[in-house]
Design a protein around this ligand. Sequence first.
Ligand code: NDP
Ligand code: HSE
Length: 449
Amino acid sequence: MNSVKVGLLGFGTVGQGIATILTRNADEITRRTGRRVDVTTAAVRNVAKAEAAASAAGVDITITDDAMSVVNNPDVDIVCEVMGGEQPALDLCLTALAHGKHVITANKALVAMHGNTLFAAAQKYKVMFGFEPAVAGGIPVIKAVREGLAANRIESLAGIINGTGNFILTAMTDQGRDFDDVLDEAQALGYAEADPSFDVDGIDAAHKLTILASIAFGMPLKFDELMIEGIRDIKQEDVVHANELGYAVKHLGIARRRDTDTGPAVELRVHPTLIPQRQLLANVHGVMNAVLVEGDAVGQTLYYGPGAGSEPTGSAAVADITDMVRAMGSDPSHQVPPLAFQADALQDLPVLKPDDIECGYYLRITAEDKPGVMADIAGIFGRHNISLEAILQKEPDAINAADETTATLLPIVLLSHKVREGEMRAAIAEVEALPCVPSPVTLLRVETL
Ligand code: NDP
Ligand code: HSE
């Protein structure tokens, strides 16, 4: 079967992320979709710059400065719009749809402002229009709300949905850094919009909330009716005062159903918000995003992950591509395989035995308080090449110490670095065989995640 061909409109932060993922994970993606997916062409303004980026990333792709040639190319099956802005992105997407191509966009401004037109065109030409990368970067929140929570009446959602803004707020709060300096860093990392005032003035978050609210409540996109405030006026002292009161200051997008005297309505608002420090959302830092969704059946669910960046956003775009390629197949069993991969592409990976797992360990050893005990124990771990991160020798147990008929017992707590479980078990067996260790060693595993 021929491979599916992807054409990119834009080859910047997100475009390069998509091309890199499709190239690096080509075999894995083929196992999921049943067909090979090749990114063949990308349109930009500065061809030489994009060719240098493609070569540095090891991506074999034709670069052009004629974007219309990508959407008119009969060999392109799926178009990914990752150039940003309303025009020419809108005309290019509409042309691609009219030519029967599936279209994906990361451009939330485009979806929030022109989504109703684009969805109608996709329906008219019987093609798919995907926009998972447009909201919350790498978090598959569109799929979660649209499909995973389909049983629910969604009551509300609240989210940190601008990575740049959260990156700035976190650095101001934790490091006392200056607003402009942190914004420069967010731009250098590729998180910020072409016009960063969209990030700091709440417009980007409002674009995303517009999209989320429509999916949550089944209403048309209404960007113009949102209440929008950004983070520009937040002062360090307000963050400090809020912290003293037990709150964190976060920039939130909030969509909530309301029953009013005149009937059902919704609140749609984007603004800096004090939230209790114990809330999970209060602990979402840096470029990370999180969206809390409340459904009448499921209750509260939380979706967390990187809200911006090249490969995280590319990940969401490639997920949309994967959905489209599966749906393009004529065999319905290929569309969404129950185990995510095509049945004939499952790989029989061996599951490691418990002795072969690797992690860190917390050990509590109870030993007699005699000279040389620590040296004996440390010697055993040394012989097994187990490196210790910390050793804590606790005071003898008070009741135990008062009993002069028996030896005083001493709790020793050890934290090890990552090691094979079999090696740790062998060392523990030797420790337990020491005459000065009268009882079994307590073992807990440590994962830094
Ligand atoms: P970049 O500025 O990094 O890249 C934009 C790309 O589009 C460049 O290759 C640029 O070419 C090209 N381009 C822009 N305008 C035109 C045009 N008129 N004709 C042809 N090519 C054009 O942007 P990003 O990759 O960061 O963002 C792209 C889109 O993805 C935006 O809509 C953004 O909101 C969205 N997005 C971005 C995320 C991120 O983390 N950066 C995350 C989620 C969504 P050239 O360089 O030659 O000008
Ligand atoms: N500028 C956006 C952000 C990119 O910082 O969240 C991801 O949509």
